[in-house]
Design a protein around this ligand. Sequence first.
Ligand SMILES: NC(=O)c1ccc[n+]([C@@H]2O[C@H](COP(=O)([O-])OP(=O)(O)OC[C@H]3O[C@@H](n4cnc5c(N)ncnc54)[C@H](OP(=O)(O)O)[C@@H]3O)[C@@H](O)[C@H]2O)c1
Length: 381
Amino acid sequence: MIRLAVLGSTGSVGSQTLEVAKSFPDDIKVVALCARRASEKLLAQVRKFKPELVVTQEEPSGDWKSSLPEGVRYSRGDEGIEEAISLSDKVMNSIAGVHGIKPAYRVLSAGKILLASNKESIVCLPKVVEEHRNLIVPVDSEHNALFQLLEGVDTEDIRSVYLTASGGPFRKWSLEEMEKATPEEALRHPRWNMGAKITVDSATLMNKGFEMLEAKNLFGIDLTKIRVIIHPQSVVHGIVELKDGSFFMHAGPTDMRVPILHALFYPARREYPFQKPDLTDLSPITFEEVDGERFRALDIAKSVGQRGGVYVPVLVGADEEAVELFLSKRIGFLDITRIIEETLSEVDIPDPKTVEDVLEAVSWARRKVREIYEKRYARAR
Ligand SMILES: NC(=O)c1ccc[n+]([C@@H]2O[C@H](COP(=O)([O-])OP(=O)(O)OC[C@H]3O[C@@H](n4cnc5c(N)ncnc54)[C@H](OP(=O)(O)O)[C@@H]3O)[C@@H](O)[C@H]2O)c1
């Protein structure tokens, strides 16, 4: 019986994880659920799964706590997350953004299996990831695909690994049109239904930039061998090109429950419990090069990956803050990468040695983005 904790259970990946878990009641016991808010959605999940523990970051209001079913304990904040990890043997980290960094570190330090959906943690903790590779199963669809493709492949034989990108809602937009793009338009992802932050990152392609750094850390592959290719149908999730001219591709429906199912039971394979896809549903399959001029984020992430050190958490923090400014309509769509580049050019803090240093670098970047916004954008309005 897998004892599973789901961090970020009310989000897109968290909810889909619970959908899969519900199909295997004899194999998976959901022991802890964690979210930011004590919401009705979390309460409904608690009633359905009767975990041993429920954790929120924010203090519940009203009679939320007293509505919990008998036998379910409540805990709050970092201590609660620590407790959830201690109860489990596998932890799905599907907390959105930088808030997932410390929990990932805690899971690995406790020697538990990390089902890694939160990518910011994998990107920001290269040493921790390298030291605990045997405890990590990637859930991000591209990395889950590469994880499966790379089993048994000699790194020496790899010519390139490819991360596929749908291209997002602005794949065919001109720069002039992108300049005026609204949050509503950026949130209309053509293929995946995801949380707001990752959806905007998919529109700028910063999501793919993070995924390049994620692949570097997870698989120990040099950045020069990691490529991004536009594949609008999003059915091929990862490709490994070998030196002898073979391309191995991993394909599947555009459905996060597939990598979630794989990660939950790895190394075993289980029957997909939902409507099975037909191979013809996956056609056609096409690939295109990325237009680096319109999607600057990829080059930014690549050069940050090459510099390493403090630049990585600064990129992650700057992106998180800039996306929030865009979503609240305070900056334009292309300003996201402009502000990130300006923040990176002003870095004057040391490389992180501890997780606390990483979080400090993230906070520094968020403050710097705010400063730049106040100086250059707020006044211009
Ligand atoms: N969605 C996808 O298809 C997908 C695919 C690959 C990778 N990922 C990665 O997976 C992660 C989650 O993405 P998502 O799309 O599922 O996000 P989401 O829908 O926005 O959900 C975020 C979850 O995190 C919780 N949360 C937010 N701040 C928190 C905090 N400070 N402490 C504890 N919990 C907190 C939220 O709780 P509340 O509901 O209470 O706010 C919610 O449960 C991201 O890192 C993303 O890049 C997602």
